[in-house]
Ligand binder design. Structure first.
Ligand SMILES: [Zn+2]
Length: 203
């Protein structure tokens, strides 16, 4: 698991980021920091215990990488490619994801709660025991994925596809579903105690 080091800037209580003594907000040259980080990550495939919270990642290619026990909380991800990557016990809570590709990824025991997601593609992924609670997602694709025991409690999903998914024990309790497609999925094995007046419960 990632180690918690506090930013050395006086009065700041945020977590220091990888390869630095300060939090991302106090990195003096964030562009240079990110370029250095990209070059450091490029030749490596397996990462463990990274602390990379609150960073802004645009156009990164992280396909086929493996992450274990890493902290990505509050990161902003835009046009990031993560196809075929693997995440174990990682924290991506309160992230903002736009136009990111997670096709054929493997997520196990990860937390992506309170995140916002727009035009992302998780097609063909294994998303087991993942916490997507309070997720706000639109125009996003989870089709052909295994979502066993994954939770979308209190989520707000608009134009989201779960076509041909395994939804055994998937929880949508208290969620708001608009134009959500569950075609060919075993939604009868999922839990749908949705918010009062909410549309979208499959019938
Ligand atoms: Zn700081």
């Amino acid at each position: 698991m990632f180690s918690i080091r506090i930013c050395t800037t006086a009065g700041c209580r945020r977590h220091a980021v990888e390869r630095s003594d300060v939090c991302f907000g106090h990195v003096s040259d964030r562009t240079a920091y990110l370029e250095d980080l990209k070059s450091w990550m490029a030749p490596q495939r397996d990462f463990a215990g990274l602390s990379l919270g609150r960073q802004v990642w645009e156009g990164m290619d992280l396909r086929g990488r493996s992450f274990e026990g890493c902290n990505f909380m509050g990161c902003r991800w835009e046009n990031v490619q993560l196809d075929g990557s693997s995440f174990r016990h990682c924290f991506l809570d309160f992230g903002v994801f736009k136009h990111c590709s997670f096709q054929k990824t493997s997520f196990l025991f990860c937390s992506v709660s309170g995140a916002r997601m727009e035009s992302c593609d998780w097609k063909g992924s294994d998303l087991l025991h993942v916490n997507f609670n309070a997720l706000e997602a639109m125009e996003t694709q989870f089709s052909e994925s295994d979502l066993y025991f994954t939770r979308f409690i209190g989520a707000k999903l608009n134009q989201v596809d779960f076509i041909d998914c395994n939804l055994k024990k998937t929880q949508f309790t208290g969620s708001w579903l608009q134009d959500v497609n569950f075609k060919y999925s075993n939604y009868e094995e999922a839990e749908f105690d949705v918010a009062p007046g909410a549309p979208g419960v499959p019938s």
